[in-house]
Design a binder for this molecule. Structure first.
Ligand code: MCA
Ligand code: AMP
Length: 498
């Protein structure tokens, strides 16, 4: 057997696969380029034997050729984030011990020195793409294919390992539910270190032989220009992207607005996910685009699990029904099924569910009960339709579609020499969904410099994790047990911001 996604490409050989800043590439181009990349990674060896390969490339041709090349060499594709400063890149490298680190020419610094300090082989994507093609191994799809880092309730991010079969199950479920065909043409504007961009957009498109157009970065004006051309069939994004597109549309002239809306009318489907879609955004988007956004629910560990329907009614504020092949149940704290209509934790079972957390068998064990994956999200179900109520942990924050851990941010802020105590919370925000905010108790004699703290934070954490607002308090609110009361803290911060 062979890797499922790449094995399908031969049947679409002459069709356009990727439209990217680097050019337009067919499926045949992708097969040839990934063969060269795989040969570069192998350098004469037979098989990478499920060793991770860490790589950093902007969304585009190099990224996809590299991902496929890693798979075809028998490695585990471990994408790094363009938004991570050196300490976060080092964390992933030290956690995965990759066989090779590969960087796009624009992102060699600091990757090369991270690799050299650890005696890890380093390569540049351009070298890999020029390497002579050689023999490649046959890969069993039960093998590990990808590691994506996700924040959890226990501090540092965990590497979520999926197999080729897991990824294929995640793709085929969406291909069936949303009727993907080779005639589709999608625009990706999402980062490529998360499931949303990697699986829902790029992998689904490449599975069916569709066209995948990749922007290196989200820019509302450019997205509107692209949509206005009227040849896209699909668009998928997080609620913050739709909020930004709405802002941009509101600022446009009447003539441009009609061009922008006209482009949307030509599409067959627009999807929102990764965070709760406010009903107000759904309604405004419908007025602007004529589309009722299809909202769906997913998670790094499971891909997509629940979705509103493509052809049937879509329910505002709800995420719909379980996707094909995915089993869902709502359970109470002891693991029993909740009564109909009562809130419960979403638990998930199916071939889409990940294999394990990289190098963390105990953490893996804790997130499964009787073969069901425990999501930590709470929902209710009525007539087969699920509505997400929130998360069981106050320490997980969703900002602009990124999941961040309050504990990880607190741990980092506590290393600041002027900070004595700190607590981080997510405050509801119309643009970001939730905004990361920090309350700090400064050491005697030190005063809070919020801008300075943000600059300091960006050297240590991805910018989206760095608190957008910080306030200084004499002491943190605590409950009778001495634990910081985050609900009280949220109220304090909200009242300070009016
Ligand atoms: C950028 N900034 C952010 C975020 N993004 N701050 C908080 N949260 C964010 N998400 C910072 C920037 O660093 C900058 O800081 C300031 O905010 C303004 O940035 P701006 O240029 O306006 O942002 P942008 O470049 O337009 O990015 C917004 C974005 C992006 C396009 C919404 O955040 C994004 O691509 N989000 C999607 C993430 C995603 O794919 N999540 C899926 C994971 P400063 O001004 O200080 O420099 S979830 C998933 O995969 C599961 C399976 C699922 O269900 O889908
Ligand atoms: P991640 O771990 O980054 O993959 O984020 C997964 C989390 O995003 C889920 O556990 C949910 O908390 C949240 N999420 C994803 N889609 C939705 C949605 N449509 N509505 C509410 N929350 C969502």
């Amino acid at each position: 057997m062979s890797i499922l996604l790449t094995a399908r490409a031969a049947q679409f050989a002459q069709r356009t696969a990727i439209i990217a800043p680097e050019g337009i590439f067919s499926y045949q181009d992708l097969l040839e380029a990934s063969e060269r990349v795989a040969s570069f990674l192998l350098r004469g060896a037979k098989d990478l034997n499920q060793r991770p390969v860490a790589f950093l490339a902007p969304p585009g041709w190099h990224y996809v050729a590299l991902q496929w090349g890693i798979w075809r060499a028998g490695g585990i594709a471990t994408p790094l984030s363009l938004f991570h400063p050196r300490p976060e890149l080092e964390y992933v490298v030290d956690d995965t011990h990759p066989a090779v680190i590969v960087g796009h020419p624009d992102y060699i610094d600091p990757l090369r020195s991270i690799a050299e300090e650890r005696n890890i082989r380093f390569g540049v994507t351009t070298e890999a793409l020029d390497y002579p093609a050689g023999n490649l191994p046959v890969i069993d799809p039960e093998r590990r294919a990808m590691i994506l880092y996700t924040s959890g309730t226990t501090g540092k991010p965990k590497g979520v390992v999926t197999t080729h079969n897991n990824i294929a199950a995640q793709i085929t479920s969406l291909v069936e539910a949303w009727d993907w065909t080779a005639d589709d043409h999608i625009l990706n504007i999402l980062p490529l270190h998360h499931v949303h961009g990697i699986v829902n957009v790029i992998a689904c498109a490449l599975w069916v032989g569709a066209k995948c157009e990749i922007s290196p970065k989200f820019d509302a004006g450019e997205v509107w220009n692209r949509i206005s051309r009227g040849d896209l069939t699909l668009f998928m994004a997080v609620p913050t992207v739709y909020a930004k597109l709405i802002d941009s549309w509101e600022k446009a002239s009447p003539k441009d607005r009609s061009r922008m809306s006209g482009g949307c009318h030509k599409m067959r489907l627009m999807v929102s996910g990764s965070a709760a879609l406010p009903v107000s955004t759904l309604e405004r988007w419908k007025e602007i685009s004529g589309h009722v956004l299809l909202e769906r629910y997913g998670m790094t560990e499971i891909g997509m699990a629940i979705s509103n329907s493509l052809y049937g009614e879509r329910f505002p504020g709800c995420v719909g029904a379980p996707l094909p092949g995915v089993e869902i149940a709502l359970t109470d704290e002891s693991g029993g099924l909740v009564e109909r209509g009562a809130p419960g934790e979403i638990v998930v079972r199916g071939p889409n569910v990940f294999m394990d957390y990289w190098g963390k068998p105990e953490e893996t064990k804790k997130t499964f009960r009787d073969g069901w994956f425990l999501t930590g999200d709470v929902a209710v179900e009525e007539n087969g339709i699920y509505r997400i109520l929130g998360r069981s942990s106050v320490d997980i924050i969703k900002t602009g579609g990124y999941k961040v851990s309050a504990l990880e941010i607190e741990e980092t802020l506590l290393t600041h020499p002027d900070i004595k105590e700190v607590a981080v919370v997510g405050i509801p925000d119309p643009m970001w969904g939730e905004k990361v905010c920090a309350a700090v108790v400064m050491r005697p004699g030190a005063a809070l410099d919020a801008d300075g703290l943000r600059t300091w934070g960006k050297e240590r954490l991805a910018t989206y994790k760095v608190p957008k607002d910080s306030i200084a308090l004499e002491e943190l609110p605590r409950n009778a047990m001495g634990k910081v009361s985050k609900p009280t803290l949220k109220k304090i911060i909200e009242s300070k911001h009016g």
